[in-house]
Design a protein around this ligand. Sequence first.
Ligand code: ASP
Ligand code: MG
Length: 241
Amino acid sequence: MVIVQKFGGSSLANEKRIRAAAEKAVRAAEQGNRVVVVVSAQGDTTDALIAQARRISTAPSRRELDAFLAAGEQMSAALMAMAIVELGCPAVSLTGAQAGIRTDGIWGDARITAVDTARLRQELEAGKIAVVAGFQGAAPNGDTVTLGRGGSDTTAVALAAYLEADKCEIYTDVDAIYDKDPRRYPDAVRYQTIGYEKMLAMAREGAQVLHDRSVELGMRFRVPIWVKSSFREGAGTVVMD
Ligand code: ASP
Ligand code: MG
């Protein structure tokens, strides 16, 4: 099987968590799967990078801001590849552009238009886990652009769609999708499965758990999206038809 596993910022916030995420990827590879890992920037790195850029410039160039923010995910990807290799499994980190992610080039809010999977397939064929920096892709002129806040989910679903993956797993800090925020509402109802349309409506209303464009892509390409906790075992929620 081809499996895409995405780890969000809180799931990578420190070395221990990176190692735990690397173990999940290696386990899946040892079970005979080809594994693509998509990573967010560690913890609150993106917020910190935005603040840092604003200390240099009140109105930073959108091109340079995207180049700067994309680095957060690139650092995560390289660290994750090191952690996987440390566990004895070959791995390679790739930027969004190296992974073949093409976009419309809108700074800070680019849409994925296509994925050229040749490089990814080559790395998987060679027996490596491919670790892809989320939240970014190439503009038509080759420049780095970002996909909007929370966009690593969309990277994961796009790669799953274009690789025709059997599974797309989103590892996060909640254990499932609920009808409302379970941290604020104790009576929140937990979904085992949820349809794309309902999930899309929730994401557009501001549910943070999945980037709305990841759900749109999942719906268009019929990719089931498994939302699971990084920290606890459990079935989570599957977003599907
Ligand atoms: N690091 C980016 C953000 O904070 C992208 C992501 O985490 O999905 O928005
Ligand atoms: Mg997110």
